[in-house]
Unconditional design. Structure first.
Length: 170
């Protein structure tokens, strides 16, 4: 694991210097992600390149690896491959969102400090499935919305015990 992936860096200086970071990051270093995976021994391969494009500070890179998740249907472990292309434009505050090129996502860095592990954690969390499931288990999950398979059961109609009295009145 590279210590530079855990250290706080200044993305503006890194872009000026055209810095390149690579290494492996343990899932143990990513507490929010650790809650969603089964095996904390997993490692993610990380590559980040910092540079300037026109007046923008750009971070590009790749995050790859394999995580073990729990299938929501059978509760067995399942492998989830991770291969994420990262493209971020660093901005100092929310008011600069309109200046982010369309081919990049905004990354707000207000105090000139950025932790690469936070980028990794955010990007991986965004790719995780809402409901993890094996392909073979896809039909075993309950439907969460109305579907054509929805069947309405007919209720048994009970006779009114006073129906006989109604006929006696006449």
């Amino acid at each position: 694991m590279s210590n530079s992936l855990l250290a706080e860096i200044d993305p503006f200086v890194c872009a000026e210097q055209k810095r390149y970071f690579s290494g492996q990051l343990s899932i143990k270093e990513l507490p929010r992600l650790l809650e969603d995976v089964l095996a904390s021994e997993a490692l993610l391969d990380i590559e980040f390149q910092f540079f300037k494009e026109q007046k923008n500070i750009i971070i590009t890179g790749r995050i790859s690896g394999e995580l073990m998740l729990q299938c929501a249907a059978c509760l067995e472990p399942m492998s989830f491959p991770v291969d994420i292309q990262v493209g971020l434009a660093v901005i100092r505050d929310q008011s600069l969102m309109d200046y982010v090129p369309d081919s990049y996502e905004p990354c707000v860095v207000e105090d000139r400090c950025l932790q690469l592990s936070s980028i990794v954690e955010d990007e991986v969390l965004l790719t995780l499935p809402i409901i993890a499931k094996h392909d073979r288990c896809i039909n075993d999950l309950p439907h969460t919305s109305a579907s054509k398979d929805f069947v309405v059961e007919e209720l048994e109609v009970k006779e009114n015990p006073f129906e006989v009295l109604k006929n006696l009145k006449h």
